[in-house]
Ligand binder design. Structure first.
Ligand code: PGA
Length: 263
């Protein structure tokens, strides 16, 4: 088994699910479940990405109950302030102690026509406000047929990293679009292959140190039954979990993947 010094990150992307009251109940239950199971937070980082309207409530709960989960948002504006109705500034997210922000998720790329230029501008916006961008890249099934698995995600990542400083703190998430919400995950081999190529992009555009320290996650139909296979791969440093992050037992079991793999 490849050992890595990178702290594994298990991130729950709730998408448009759970209002702020449901979010409180969920976070408390997840915390208790992990506590009961004796989960050691110093070995695996947990982060949750609730809808914007939940963020303040979840922040207050994490703080009051000293729950060691990272907090993240699902998107942010390219702008910092001004006449942009409905947009959320990175400045507001950092004021809420959000550590992360998802950028370029395939649902934003598809339903909101976010291209590589918007994604790159959002990465810059996140970094301006001290947020860690979780940069999502991935190929559709059409791309897969035409170009293979890695060409599109590699090009997307290159574009997203334009102008990023070598010492920037970023996370990369490889999420094949065909695997998201489909129940059909990539195989660990496929994930490893693309994640390694994405790490090479970080080395090439930033530098070797950045590549060694940046966490590259796999996402797409991750569940308790398949997480161990991904986490055994040397270039997969965690998972971005959608559907399974809404189920307390399933998500806590994913977080506790070390129990299944004996890492
Ligand atoms: P899924 O979603 O785990 O439900 O496939 C992953 C994601 O969209 O981040």
């Amino acid at each position: 088994m490849a050992m890595t010094t990178r702290m594994p990150l298990i991130a729950g992307n709730w998408k448009m699910n759970l209002d702020h009251l449901q979010a409180v109940a969920f976070v408390q239950k997840l915390h208790w479940t992990l506590k009961d199971a004796g989960h050691d937070h110093s070995t695996v980082e947990v982060a949750v990405f609730p809808p914007f309207t939940d963020l303040r409530t979840v922040q207050t709960l994490l703080d009051a109950d000293k729950i060691p989960f990272g907090l993240g948002a699902q998107d942010l504006s390219t702008h910092d302030s001004g006449a942009y109705t409905g947009e959320i500034s990175g400045a507001f997210l950092s004021k809420l102690d959000a550590r992360y922000v998802i950028i370029g998720h395939s649902e934003r790329r598809e339903y909101h026509a976010e291209g590589d230029d918007v994604v790159a501008a959002k990465v810059q916006a996140a970094l301006r406000h001290g947020l860690v961008p979780v940069i999502c890249v991935g190929e559709t099934s059409d791309d897969l047929e035409k170009f293979g698995a890695s060409a599109v995600p590699v090009a997307q990542l290159r574009a997203a990293l334009e102008g990023v400083a070598a010492d920037a703190d970023i996370v990369v998430a490889y999420e094949p679009v065909w695997a998201i919400g489909s129940g059909q995950a990539a195989t660990p081999d496929q994930a490893q292959d693309v994640c390694a190529k994405l790490r090479d992009v970080v080395a090439e555009v930033l530098d070797a140190d950045a590549a060694a320290r940046t966490r590259v996650l796999y996402g797409g139909s991750v569940k308790a039954a398949n997480i161990a296979g991904f986490m055994r791969e040397p270039d997969v440093d965690g998972a971005l979990v959608g559907g399974a992050s809404l189920l307390v037992d399933e998500f806590s079991s994913i977080i506790r993947f070390q129990k299944h793999v004996g890492v």
